[in-house]
Design a protein around this ligand. Structure first.
Ligand SMILES: Nc1ncnc2c1ncn2[C@@H]1O[C@H](COP(=O)(O)OP(=O)(O)O)[C@@H](O)[C@H]1O
Ligand SMILES: [Mg+2]
Length: 276
């Protein structure tokens, strides 16, 4: 078996390669007449060392896409690779191990243990797995996230933004190849949300991580390098170098037009190339 994790050396130019890939990814819930097609033959490449945002109306399949890419959920059809490892078809035990070693998660709720302090929360997954954190990496994560003087605090003694930063550090602690964040700013006020987005950005720019983030907030998406737009279980558009304005403009068209002809809503100076 190959060891793609070795590619992820410090100092490596972070923009080459594909961190995760799906082909014909289809996910149905239920069967027969009540079946819901949450993902409909999705092809996607997640670039290594980049910050990718996933947007789309509620129910469009964003969380399902993240879960399938991360090996948290089985697929109905199609293939998913993490680096060069095909994860569809792995046995449960192999998948669990791969998730533990190569993927970090952040969710809307921070899921911190109230009785542990920040540092203990950060290293908990590694402690459970019997792994020793790489001290130098952990220090870098803690400093990048500005948590140095909060390590002995318990979650209740931290602000929402600080708690989410701890959750972010926990996701980063084992130096995973890929971080998935599902609406990580959904429970934060705008200032705390900005903090967390700033760190995800730094995790990519300074620590060379790959981040995939679901958000419904155009301002949050503007921190990413690339936005993927999902609708009805398909990727219908993408936008490079997004700004809050161009993303908002694109989102509005989900509400306005579902017609094939694009309805003339495009502005001449408008957002990036759409479907042509
Ligand atoms: N466990 C499940 N059982 C049945 N249907 C589900 C389940 N999870 C998601 N779905 C359905 O799949 C579709 C996509 O859901 P989801 O990926 O959560 O969308 P999003 O994150 O974009 O809001 C929705 O129609 C949702 O109702
Ligand atoms: Mg969701």
């Amino acid at each position: 078996m190959s060891t793609p994790a070795a590619e992820h050396a410090p100092g490596l130019a972070p923009t080459d390669g594909t961190a995760a890939r799906a082909r014909g990814l289809t996910k149905a819930y239920g069967s027969g007449e009540t079946a819901v097609i949450a993902l409909d033959s999705v092809d996607v490449d997640i670039a290594r060392g980049r910050f990718t945002a996933v947007m789309g109306p509620s129910g469009s399949g964003k969380s399902t896409l993240m879960h399938c890419l991360a090996g948290l959920d089985t697929v109905s059809a199609g293939q998913v690779w993490l680096g060069s490892t095909e994860i569809t078809g792995l046995k449960d035990r192999e998948l669990t191990r791969l998730r533990r070693d190569r993927i970090g998660f952040m969710f809307q709720s921070f899921n911190l243990l109230p009785t542990l302090n920040a540092l203990e929360n950060i290293t908990l997954p590694m402690d459970i797995a019997g792994q020793k954190p790489d001290r130098q990496w952990l220090d870098q994560v803690i400093d990048t996230l500005g948590l140095r003087d909060r390590l002995r605090h318990r979650p209740a003694q931290l602000s929402g933004g600080q708690q989410q930063r701890v959750a972010c550090a926990r996701a980063l602690a084992s130096r995973p190849e890929l971080i998935f964040a599902d609406e990580p700013t959904g429970n934060l006020d705008s200032r705390a949300g900005l903090e967390v987005l700033g760190f995800l950005r730094e995790a990519v720019d300074r620590l060379g991580q790959t981040v995939v983030m679901v958000t419904h907030d155009p301002g949050a998406a503007a921190h990413s390098d690339l936005v993927l737009f999902l609708a009805d279980g398909r990727i219908v558009d993408e936008m490079r170098r997004p700004t809050a304005e161009t993303v908002l403009e694109r989102m509005k068209r989900f509400d306005v037009i579902r017609a094939p002809a694009d309805g003339g809503a495009r502005r001449s100076d408008g957002p990036a190339p759409d479907e042509d």
